[in-house]
Design a binder for this molecule. Structure first.
Ligand SMILES: *[C@@H]1O[C@H](CO)[C@@H](O)[C@H](O)[C@H]1NC(C)=O
Ligand SMILES: *[C@@H]1O[C@H](CO)[C@@H](O)[C@H](O)[C@H]1NC(C)=O
Ligand SMILES: *[C@@H]1O[C@H](CO)[C@@H](O)[C@H](O)[C@H]1NC(C)=O
Ligand SMILES: *[C@@H]1O[C@H](CO)[C@@H](O)[C@H](O)[C@H]1NC(C)=O
Ligand SMILES: *[C@@H]1O[C@H](CO)[C@@H](O)[C@H](O)[C@H]1NC(C)=O
Ligand SMILES: *[C@@H]1O[C@H](CO)[C@@H](O)[C@H](O)[C@H]1NC(C)=O
Length: 454
């Protein structure tokens, strides 16, 4: 129902949706922390966030910062800044939707010394990643994934691009998040959201929508892979997994719907304000196909049980939008993979990065369009711990509605929109343990450095 056909409409398309975070996992434990996020430091010395960066105008949109944290604007006047990565020499690379990839040389304090456009390509709209060894740069448009040879010494791109993946749909949810497991750098994960709010056909994984797929780059066919017919599945029924991250076992995790109704015996109730929940999904070992169904567009997860009046639910329970004689809420439990954790409806997770010890997953919640009052518009951290089996799991229960800490947030987000409040988008850790965060507010794109104080 929300079809956005042009790149220009991207910010609007993103604003329109709710997303999942997926954690992907990968067999043997790899403790090479330096190869993650993609390059955070293991047990870093705490670097101070500067109180201001010279020459950078004041913040455009006010926000609060949690006690013990600081956030400083390091750049403004950016054009819909989305994904960011830091190269092995500490340069920041950023997708600006409508420009391409910009490169920013940082001062030792974390401010920007100089900036340039590294790759001028206006269709790049969100996805960016660096190979674990730092010498191949990846980026995506709605339809295509490319790579470039990247020289960390000079910071230059060498030669032309290589087409890696083609054949994705240029409508509906059009961000193609990219992520590569540190222990298997030949594998490229590409997320593809649904084509619209409720994409009925996407219940069939052969549509290759509402899925995450994996491509083996060591076997790249001439002209690249076709997204729909090649590669393998890392889960389906995943509405729009924009925020993908690997946990400490290299397992990826990912984040679902709006305009929501429940229809029981012909009676339809609008439950969209606070349902369904945003989900944190766990995708498992990336080196083997994951053919599991995560429920979309049939099964969803409850956030606010009181809005669903035909029966008693708890937060985190699965429900079917329209139960019938052959498919009810119990069928969801039997057939669909449940979320590992839930977030408030319409918060729209956009990126997620673990800290160096995998103790906290930082998540940007871009914010709502289809909820009055508005919600989201914040950066949160979700505590994780290893369970007795060694898996990384959120410390909050699966029915918890408060499993995170607000780090950077609005005192009252109720009147926020894509032009009036900070819109957290991309995240990247740097040496010293601080975190860069983009905000793609349509009036001014900004970049912040966020870190602990003291
Ligand atoms: C903002 O960036 C544009 C180019 O993208 C430039 O023309 C303009 O001067 C910049 N404005 C400020 C205040 O820096
Ligand atoms: C670095 O990684 C890329 C992508 O996986 C690979 O193509 C390249 O051969 C690697 N380079 C070295 C020197 O290992
Ligand atoms: C959440 O689940 C726990 C047990 O797993 C239960 O004790 C608690 O009552 C549940 N909370 C809600 C709000 O359903
Ligand atoms: C019952 O619901 C399921 C899931 O939405 C659907 O696939 C099926 O076609 C429905 N059956 C009938 C008889 O409507
Ligand atoms: C759900 O369907 C199953 C079998 O399809 C049935 O046994 C069960 O009673 C149904 N549950 C509800 C709550 O209708
Ligand atoms: C939100 O907007 C309403 C209506 O314009 C206004 O009454 C209210 O004070 C605003 N709230 C905040 C926190 O700005």
């Amino acid at each position: 129902m929300h079809a956005f056909n042009t790149v220009v409409a991207t910010a609007v398309a993103l604003a329109s949706t709710a997303y999942h975070i997926s954690l992907v996992s990968a067999g043997p434990v790899d403790n090479n922390l330096l190869s993650r996020n993609p390059f955070p430091q293991a047990a870093p010395a705490l670097a101070a966030v500067p109180t201001a960066c010279p020459g950078v105008p004041a913040i455009s949109f006010p926000f609060q910062v949690a006690s013990g944290w600081a956030a400083t604007k390091v750049a403004g006047n950016l054009t819909l800044p989305r994904g960011i990565v830091v190269d092995t020499q500490g340069r920041l690379l950023m997708v600006q939707n409508g420009i391409g990839i910009s490169q920013h040389i940082l001062t030792s304090g974390g401010c920007i010394q100089s900036s340039r456009v590294l790759i001028a390509q206006t269709n790049l709209n969100h996805g960016i990643y660096l190979s674990p060894n730092g010498t191949t740069l990846y980026a995506s448009s709605p339809t295509t994934v490319w790579s470039w040879t990247y020289d960390p010494a000079s910071g230059n791109v060498l030669g032309s691009y290589t087409v890696l993946v083609t054949g994705m749909v240029n409508s509906g949810h059009i961000t193609r998040t990219l992520i590569i497991p540190p222990h298997a750098p030949n594998l490229l994960l590409v997320a593809h959201g649904s084509n619209g709010n409720v994409d009925a056909a996407a219940v069939n994984p052969a549509t290759a929508r509402a899925v995450v797929r994996v491509f083996d780059l060591s076997n790249l066919p001439s002209g690249g892979y076709n997204y729909v017919t090649q590669g393998y599945l890392m889960g389906y029924g995943l509405r729009n997994e924009v925020a993908l991250a690997f946990d400490g076992n290299n397992m990826p995790g990912s984040l679902p719907g709006d305009d929501f109704q429940r229809t029981v015996n012909g009676v339809t109730t609008d439950i969209h304000q606070d349902n369904p929940a945003e989900e944190l999904n766990y995708l498992g070992d990336v080196t083997v196909p994951n053919n599991n169904w995560y429920g979309y567009p049939v099964c969803y997860t409850v956030w606010q049980p009181s809005l669903i009046t035909d029966r008693v639910f708890a937060p985190g329970d699965q429900f079917v939008a329209a139960p019938n004689s052959t498919f009810n809420d119990t069928t969801c439990i039997q057939q669909s993979q449940p979320a590992h954790m839930i977030f408030q409806s319409h918060n729209a997770p956009i990126d997620s990065k673990f800290d160096a010890t995998f103790s906290n997953l930082f998540i940007t919640l871009h914010g709502s369009w289809d909820r009055q009052p508005a919600a989201g518009f914040r950066l949160v951290s979700v505590p994780f711990a290893q369970n007795s089996a060694g898996a990384y799991v959120p410390t909050a229960a699966t029915n918890s509605t408060s499993g995170w800490q607000d780090i950077l947030y609005q005192a009252d987000p109720s009147n926020c929109s894509g032009t009036t409040c900070i819109r957290p988008a991309g995240l990247a850790f740097v040496a010293g343990g601080n975190l860069y965060m983009t905000s793609d507010n349509q009036r001014e794109g900004e970049l912040f450095l966020v870190g602990r104080v003291g």
